[in-house]
Design a protein around this ligand. Structure first.
Ligand code: 7GP
Length: 834
């Protein structure tokens, strides 16, 4: 009688037996085998693209073996699974990450060397998986990375967009969007799973079950098949491999042979086209909501396939549905996957035949929800008529959820009609709208913000009434984090070597608290010099990247001043470039002798603007116009350079972030929920110039305020300033006025183009408070400059900062989620593979 394996019984199978050998000869054989059998090439007939592909496929074999073992193990011991649902996963490249995780980088470098290629060139052949816009999507990628590395049985769920984040070209200073055809070449990092597919219905009508109050049959002819693609997530230094399951719309069954036979060729493929478009494109909106019908259908396809998959996996365990919350935790990455809640209800009521209360209890104990923004323009709302037409059953369920919820509110606060109106999931506008954040909140047992200040703000604003009704305990904070694997170890090899030397080994990569010991090195002159040199080398690497992408030559000896993120009014790239204009003005007023004494500076921008976000696109044009004039001004030379690096991406960030001396995180206080690049910059030895906003605040608390340059008004002051500016003209200080004047004198080309940007400040109520914060912004820059001139102290700041950044590892964040929200435990796959 074979015994049933249990959690305690970790050794029930020795996984090391089936490990593919890791010796040089075996690896070489596998690369050569893939060259021949997967790509029809021989070692004497390859280019670096095939050198990359063959080695990537070989690495993938090793990863997939562990993928299988991990999932088999978790199934067998009945581990509780965590599902991170996100419409965005901004993964970037995988090859180098996988090599490091498997600790096979040197081995593959040698094999490639044998056939005449450099590993670095092979790595450069990989296209980014850019299935996300910005912070929210990259956070999801860091979180699945941490789940794998910390051995949580966690999966990501998302959509496999055929076209990811658009490619940004800069033409004549303007952003021009081109499609990101990232799947044009073979993608080693995804596995098509045609065996795993679920039907997803749209439209149609409902037939009520006369026997059961809450049971309906939903009939519709519009049914699409969502098919799974699995993306393995390498766990660093562990046997565990995570997974991101991405859905793609299957089209082959939709070919209409009858129409084809009748000669209607377009009609024959019409159904396929309609289905395909569902998972064709990522909506390029960051912190905005467009309310498009196609987007709603994407969201539902995603949610329905995911819920069906989760339930199917759970049902294999043979346990009763009431135990689902003990076996699965579902985290909603903002409101985009909120339809998962009514979809889970539909499956439990209509398909499984559960009673409402039972289904609702299971659902709310399984779901939790993360909010990522307080910007009103980002709040998802769907018109009731649209939802009712596309998803009639879900509209009915949402009405019922709301009805029972409002009844419970009425019981607690009898007669408070204003409260019922403001807390209702349905907004009484014309047409009525479903407030998705409210639905997500009602259907979840925990709601969290992403930095301390942000979690406080949501309790005082959008969820204020919910705190009253449901209690403050439901609303918690989970400060964001970033993966030390990608954002230090992979992107900054030289600094990583130094850290490893001080720690004694590379264990800090999975336990960032170990970097604390760096602090002891601040008085070690030799170490400080090597720290500085590592930064200089990174700056040299970025200078080359800038030259190759923009043609602009910059000196690594200048101060590198970086702002890279989505272009958005609240992030205030406009304030940055106006500061540059003012600096340019000052430099022009000086004599050559005075100028020679100035600190040389390279101001670096990168970031994409949503295709329909006109103001943001004008800001890009202004930056490029200023850059053109400043960079070609011979009087100015190397004293000031301005660079806009096109097509910002995860890979570009991996070059840019390790090379910054200072980086700017200058959102109007209270608007940036957290920010995550701020954490990456500091972890790479850069210093922050920022507002008292988002995670900047907690970074300051951790590293000490001497290590960070804060400026600007505080979040609690913003409302009063805005109120004042609604009725009064802003009073720009001389610096800001000077910048405006320079632009208006056509210094950077036709001033008309830029007038709307000035008007937004001077006539549009200055919503983002540029006129308020500009004077302290300029002062903060002066303080940065003075500090940078004291090289020793600067290096001390840099080392101290890094040593105190342990909190901002995504491993810490994931552990908190697991303990306080998911009630999930790490389940390391035993054996001795590594
Ligand atoms: C972003 C926030 O703007 C950023 O502050 C935060 O660090 C990041 O999420 C991760 O939590 N939000 C988005 O990217 C976004 O699109 C709207 O939010 C749903």
């Amino acid at each position: 009688q074979p015994k049933t394996p249990s959690k305690e019984d970790g050794e029930f199978r020795d996984y090391s037996h089936s490990e593919i050998a890791r010796d040089a000869a075996t690896i070489k054989n596998s690369v050569v085998m893939h060259l021949a059998a997967t790509f029809l090439r021989t070692p004497s007939n390859i280019d670096s693209a095939h050198a990359y592909l063959a080695s990537a496929f070989s690495v993938r074999d090793r990863l997939l073996q562990r993928w299988n073992l991990t999932n088999e193990y978790h199934d067998k011991i009945g581990a509780k699974r965590v599902y991170y649902m996100s419409l965005e996963f901004l993964i970037g490249r995988t090859f180098d990450n996988a090599l490091l995780a498997l600790q096979l980088r040197d081995e593959y470098a040698n094999v490639l060397g044998d056939v005449g290629f450099r590993l670095e060139d092979a790595i450069d052949e990989e296209r980014d998986a850019a299935l996300g816009n910005g912070g929210l999507g990259r956070l999801a990628a860091c979180y699945v990375d941490s789940m794998a590395c910390s051995n949580y049985p966690g999966w990501g769920y998302g959509l496999r967009y055929k076209y990811g984040m658009f490619q940004q070209q800069i033409i004549n200073g303007y952003q021009v969007e081109a499609p990101d055809c990232w799947l044009d070449s073979p993608n080693p990092w995804e596995l098509p799973r045609p065996d795993i597919a679920y039907p997803v219905k749209f439209y149609g009508h409902l037939v009520r079950d006369p026997e059961h109050e809450h049971r309906y049959k939903w009939e519709s002819d519009v049914v699409y098949d969502a098919m799974a693609f699995d993306v393995p997530v390498p766990g660093y230094g562990t046997n565990n491999v995570g997974n991101i399951r991405l859905w793609s719309c299957k089209t082959n069954t939709l070919f209409d042979l009858n129409k084809f036979n009748a000669g209607d060729y377009q009609g024959a493929t019409g159904g396929q086209v309609a289905a395909q478009i569902l998972t064709d494109v990522l909506y390029p909106n960051d912190n905005t909501n467009e309310g498009k019908e196609l987007r709603l259908r994407q969201e539902y396809l995603f949610c329905s396939a995911t819920m069906q998959d989760i339930l199917a996996r759970f049902k294999k365990s043979g346990k009763p549905l009431s135990e689902l919350p003990d076996m699965a935790a579902i985290q909603l990455n903002d409101t985009h996957p909120t339809l998962g809640i009514p979809e889970m209800m539909r499956l439990l009521l209509d398909e499984e035949g559960l009673k409402w209360d039972e289904a609702w209890d299971i659902t709310t104990r399984t779901f939790a929800f993360t909010n990522h923004t307080v910007l009103p323009e980002a709040m998802e709302k769907w018109p009731v008529p649209m939802l009712d037409k596309i998803l009639p059953r879900h509209m009915g369920i949402i009405y019922d959820i709301n009805l029972y919820f409002l009844q419970s509110v009425e019981k607690k606060f009898p007669g408070d009609r204003e409260l019922l109106r403001s807390i209702s999931v349905i907004e009484e506008s014309n047409p009525q709208q479903v407030r998705m954040a409210y639905l997500a909140c009602v259907g979840s047992h925990k709601v969290n913000g992403v930095a301390a200040i942000h979690s406080d703000i949501i309790k005082q604003t959008i969820f204020k009434d919910f705190v009253r009704v449901q209690g403050a305990d439901k609303f918690i904070n989970k400060t964001n984090g970033v993966s030390p694997r990608r954002w230090v170890n992979e992107c900054n090899p030289d600094m990583s070597e130094l850290i490893t030397e001080v720690v004694g080994d590379r264990s800090w990569v999975n336990d960032l608290s170990k970097i604390k010991v760096l602090e002891e090195k601040v008085d070690d002159k030799d170490f400080c010099k090597r720290w500085w040199d590592a930064k200089q080398k990174n700056k040299g690497r970025l200078a080359e990247y800038i030259l190759s992408t923009t043609g602009i030559k910059v000196s690594p000896n200048a101060l590198f001043d970086v702002q890279v993120k989505r272009i958005h009014e609240y992030k205030r790239q406009l304030m940055n470039i106006l500061g540059v204009v003012y600096r340019y003005h000052r430099l022009k007023q000086m004599t050559q002798e005075e100028r020679d004494k100035e600190l040389h500076r390279v101001v670096i921008f990168a970031g994409k603007a949503a295709a329909g976000y006109w103001v943001a696109k004008q800001v890009i044009k202004l930056i490029n116009s200023v850059a053109e004039v400043v960079n070609s001004d011979e009087e100015i030379g190397d004293v000031l350079k301005v660079v806009f690096i096109p097509d910002y991406s995860v890979t570009a960030a991996e070059y840019i972030i390790p090379a910054s001396d200072i980086s700017q995180h200058i959102s109007t206080a209270g608007t940036e929920a957290s920010g995550t690049s701020n954490m990456k910059f500091v972890l790479n030895g850069g210093i922050i110039l920022g507002t008292v906003d988002g995670a900047n605040i907690e970074i300051g608390e951790e590293i000490g305020e001497e290590q960070i340059f804060f400026f600007g008004c505080l979040a609690h002051e913003v409302e009063d300033f805005r109120h004042y500016l609604r009725f009064h003209q802003p009073k720009p200080d001389t610096a800001l006025q000077t910048a405006f004047d320079m632009i208006q004198r056509n210094t950077f080309g036709d001033a008309h183009i830029f007038q709307p940007l000035i008007d937004a400040v001077m006539r549009g109520g200055d919503v983002y408070l540029l006129s308020v914060d500009f004077p302290s912004y300029i002062e903060a820059h002066k303080a940065v400059e003075a500090a940078y001139r004291q090289r020793d102290e600067w290096v001390t700041k840099s080392i101290l900062s890094v040593s105190r950044m342990a909190k901002f590892s995504s491993d810490r964040a994931i552990q908190e989620y697991a303990e306080e929200i998911w009630n999930a435990e790490p389940v390391p796959v035993r054996g001795s593979i590594i």
